[in-house]
Design a protein around this ligand. Sequence first.
Ligand code: ADP
Length: 233
Amino acid sequence: MKAIELHDISFSYGKNKPIVLSGIDMGCDEGTVNTLIGLNGCGKTTLIKILAGLGKPISGSVSYYSRDLNDISYNDRSKLFSYVQQNNNPLSDYKVREYILFGTANRLDVSESPGKEEIEIAERQMERFGIDRFRDKKLGELSGGERQIVSICSSMAQNTKVVILDEPCSALDIVNQDKVLSILKSIAEEDSKTIILSTHNPNHALYLDSNVFLLKGGKIIDSGSAKDIIVPD
Ligand code: ADP
């Protein structure tokens, strides 16, 4: 079963602006880890935004589980996929535990507040990712690495089938890169989620044993398993 399918996607940031993506065809099987790899400026972030419904392609279609994204309500999208932005620096006055709890908002009606179940979900995720120790810190007081882990943890509290991450390891030192990658690996293995992330580091794709989509100049120039695509040459 394909969790995500893109067909013939083209995109430009505006009239008379260059075409940034063209003829993108790709599919991600349910329960797999997928990496978009390419140099700066090749279109990774743009493609991730289109997947998250934050950019409207000039042509082509995006579907989740065979449903066109345009036909999926915002409410249903929040239950289907979560999106972790690059260098996310969210709502800096909120405490970590409050931000993780925001992840559970997709279970609630507009007028509802989080209750016992939502608090339990948030607590479980904080424990799992080892962020209990800074639960009462404000987001603005965290390091880049801590903030990245908190963002991923909040997306786990959202409990979606698909997780989309834009350069989750950018701006992290090697220790924090390792932490984030092992968290993603555990999510893939233990939770059977479909993960798609962008990176410019081929080693990350290999470490995650992922399916790779190699982007160059806004086109996919190769795809396949990381060990077949990422070779010494
Ligand atoms: P990557 O994530 O691979 O570094 P991006 O998707 O950010 O690449 O950028 C792809 C291309 O789109 C680049 O040429 C970039 O300059 C251009 N671009 C990105 N964001 C915008 C924007 N908001 N307006 C106009 N052009 C943009």
